[in-house]
Design a protein around this ligand. Sequence first.
Ligand SMILES: Cc1cc2nc3c(=O)[nH]c(=O)nc-3n(C[C@H](O)[C@H](O)[C@H](O)COP(=O)(O)O)c2cc1C
Length: 207
Amino acid sequence: MAYKIAIIVGSLREASLNRRVARSICALRGDNLDCSMVEIGDLPLYNQDYDALPSQPEAYVRFRDQVRAADGILFVSPEYNRGVPGVLKNAIDVGSRPYGQSVWDRKPAAIVTASPGSIGGFGSNHQIRQACVFLNMPVMQQPEAYLGHVTDDSFDESGCLKDGPLKDLVTKLAFAFHDWVEMILRLRRMLAEDAAHAELAKESEHA
Ligand SMILES: Cc1cc2nc3c(=O)[nH]c(=O)nc-3n(C[C@H](O)[C@H](O)[C@H](O)COP(=O)(O)O)c2cc1C
């Protein structure tokens, strides 16, 4: 079954390495992951005063609707100064509010960070993970994806990762993420069915 995956890229740069990694993942798992990129560059900086307004900024509504409609979320991001880029943190905050209406709640997630540096965005990866844990998103543990030494040369003319260890890791992650989303959604369905059956059994006992 193809799951709807919202991909959120933490770079606005035209030639972003991370955006190209994200595209490669879409190309790899086209049959099982129905991926779409959710844009975050037009989101006004989050201000809690917005929460009380009768109508929300248009970009907030569009962004929240797109995230809400997804079965799973894949974050693909660079690291800025050993942390999560501000533009991505802003998007995470926008999705988390108004209080009690977070669109992230219970969405299975995976995190990929890519950098020309050798640490592969480890700091950013774990800051995103920390926010996901707080936001009640089951985050896939393995494989971890800190993609280091990523450069323009890592991609072919079509903009996808060339054959090699980076592509191998990302392929493994894409397969694992499909299974992760499937496991969580199936288990929830089964638990809901069990609860419904138990409820029916209780009712017929009292009838
Ligand atoms: C403001 C800024 C801070 C950065 N800090 C880091 C860093 O902490 N760690 C790192 O590996 N690379 C860092 N870089 C380099 C980025 O990894 C590199 O620019 C990368 O190409 C950005 O990702 P993108 O190609 O998807 O836009 C930084 C770049 C910028 C512009």
